[in-house]
Ligand binder design. Sequence first.
Ligand code: GSH
Length: 129
Amino acid sequence: MVRRGLLLLEKLLKQLDRKVAIILEELNVPYETKLMDFSELKQDPFESINPNGRVPAIEDPNTGMKLWESGAIIEYLLETYDKEGKLSYAKGPEKWDTKAWLHFQTSGQGQSQSYLPYKRIGEERRPNR
Ligand SMILES: N[C@@H](CCC(=O)N[C@@H](CS)C(=O)NCC(=O)O)C(=O)O
C-alpha cells in the first residue's frame, strides 16, 4: 500500500515528539517533521490543530486526521497503522496492560521527567516559560 507521508509538528529533541517519531519509525510510516518555534504555537494556524498550543501534533493526509496530545497520537497511529500487531494488541489483557503503561507514561512519568534536566542544572523555571 502506498502511503502519503504524515506531517509531525514538533520541537527539536523534545522527548514527547521523539516518542511519536519512534512509533512512526517502528511502523515504517513515512513522515516529515516540521520544527515549530514557541512563538508559532499559541496562534493560528497551529491552534486550529491543537487548541492547547503545544507539540507534538500530527496531520495525516491519508485519513484527513489532525491530532494532538502524544498519548492520543500514539493510540491513533497504532490503530491506523499497526494492523499486524507489531507494537500493539487488538484485544485481551495485553491490550489493557499496554494502555496502562501508556497512560502511566503520559500522565506521570513523561511530564515529571521532562523537568529533571532543568532541576539538575539548577534553574528555577524552564527556560521556555
Ligand atoms: N500532554 C502533552 C504535553 C505537550 C507539551 O507540553 N509539549 C511541549 C513541548 S515538549 C510544548 O509544546 N510546550 C510549549 C508550551 O508550553 O507553550 C502531550 O503529551 O502531548
